[in-house]
Design a protein around this ligand. Sequence first.
Ligand SMILES: [Zn+2]
Ligand SMILES: [Zn+2]
Length: 555
Amino acid sequence: MSEPSNVRIVFLGGLGEIGRNCMAIEHDSQVLLIDCGLMFPDADMHGIDLVLPDFTWLRQNADRIVGCVATHGHEDHVGALQYLLRELSFPVYGSAVTLGLARNRIEEAGLMGKTELIVVRDGERRMIGPFDVEFIPVTHSVPHAHAIALHTPQGVILHTGDFKLDLTPVDGRRTDLGRIGALASTEGIRLLLADSTNAEEHGHAPSETSVGKVLRQIFHEQDGRRIITASFASHLHRIQQIADAAVATGRVVATLGLSMKKNVRMGRDLGVVTIPDASLVDIDDIDKYPPGKVCIISTGSQGEPMSALSLLARGESRFVKIGEHDTVILSSHAIPGNEGNVNRVIDGLLRSGCEVIHSGVADVHATGHAQADELKTYLSITRPQFYVPIHGEYRHMVANAKLGELMGVPHDHVHVCEDGDVIELSADGVSKVGRVPAGYLYVDGIVGDVGQGVLRDRKVLAEEGVVVVVVTVDIESGKVLTGPEIITRGWVYAPEAEDLLDEACDTVAAAVEKALAAGVRDVDALERDVRRTAGKFVHDRTKRRPMIVPVVMEA
Ligand SMILES: [Zn+2]
Ligand SMILES: [Zn+2]
C-alpha cells in the first residue's frame, strides 16, 4: 500500500499583519484557497487605497485552483476576491451572509461571470475537488462565520476562522465546541491554525449581548435626544441590537451610508436582521419625527474621510445636520492606523455641539476575536498535535504560540510561520519546505498595483519635497543658454527663500559650466552632475534630502 500523500499549506497573507488573510492548501495536485482578503494601508503608504496578498504564486498555479472557501464576510477575508477574480476564475464557498457581503464588491467590479457563489449550511461537509471540507459554526463580529475542518489523508487540519467563544451570542448560534470536541476525540486534530489577534489580551472577551444591555441603558438615558450610531456595516448583530434599543424606546430607525443600507436590506432578506417595517424609515424622512423619536444607524465608525459619519462631523452631510440635540454613539473600536481619523471625527462632532459616547467612556463595543482564555479553552478541547498561529502581527502569533505550549503542544510541534512560508504535513509531522512571493501588492485608485519604488518616491515627496532644476545648454558651443532655474515644492517656500534659491542656481551653473568646459556633452552625465551638485547644496545648507529632479535640455 502506498503512503498517504502529503498536504502543503502556502501562507499568502495575514501572518505578520492584521489583514489580507489568504492561504492555499495543496493536495493531490490541486489547490484550495481559504480566504482572500485585503488590508487597509498604514499612514506612511502615501496615496495607497488598499493592500492585497501577492498573487504571483496563485497566478502560476491558476489551473490547479478548485475554489475558495470564505470563512466569513469581513473585508480582510473576502475583500481581495474582486481583484483575484480579474485574473482567475473559481467558485467561492461560504455561508449566505458571507457570500452576501462578498457579492457586493464582486458585483460592483462586474466579475460575477468569473465565479460561482455556492452557499453552504452550518455543519455541512462537502467535497471541493479532492478536498473534504467541513464548515463548523463560530461566533464572530459578523453573523454566520465558520471554522474550516479539512479532512485530509494526513488527518484533520482545523482552521479556526476569526472566532470568539461567545456563550450568549445575539442569534444563539454558538461556536460549535461539541463538534470540534467530537473531531478531536475521534479522528483527532492533526494541525490547528488559530486566530492570534487577541492572544495578548488576558481573560475572556465580553459577550456581544453585553453590548446590547449597555446600548439599551444609554438609549433610555438619552430620552428626548436624537441618537446617531456608527458601527461596521457588516456587524449585523450590533445593528440588530441598536435597532432593538431604538424600537424599545419608541424610535424609528433610518440607515445612513450606502453599505449600511445594502447590508441591512440583505440581513433582513436573509432573516438575520429583524426590524419591523413600521420602524424602518428612509433617511430623507427623519425630519418628520421629533429628535427623541429618531435613531440613525450610520457607517464611518473608522473615521474614513468620505464616510457618512465624517461628512456629518464636518457639517457636509446632505441628509443630516447635527447639533446640540444629538447624541452620537461610536459602537466600535478603531483599527490600528485609523485612530487619527476617528479622533478627528470625534472632535468635529463635539465642535458641532452634540454629545459623543465611544468605547473609551462606555462599554459600547465588544471584540470579535478570542482572548487568551478562550484560546486556552479551544486548545484544551482540540488537543492538536501541531499548532500554527495565524491571523495577527508577529507579536500576536508569538503570544499565541506560547498559549499552545502552555496547553501542552510540544515546543517542536508549534511553528510560528510568516507570509510566504510553505509548510508540509506528512507522516513525519509539520516542516517548512519553502518560500513563495508574499510581498504587499499595493492598490492605488482603479489603476491596479503600485510598486515599492513608487511608494518610496511618495515617501520622499511627502516628507522632504521636490526640487526641479532646469538648465538649457548648447552642446556644440558648450555654453549654458538659459537657467539654471529652480522650482521647488515642499523644500523651502520659494517667495521667502529667494537668496537661497539664487545661490543654488549659481552653484549649479558653475558645476554645469565646469563639466561643459571639461568636454562633457552627454545629457545624462550632465543631469547626474546637476543632481549631485544641487543635492549637496540643499543638504549642506538645509540638512534636507528632497527629491532632486534634474532636467538638462539641448538647444
Ligand atoms: Zn473577521
Ligand atoms: Zn480577520
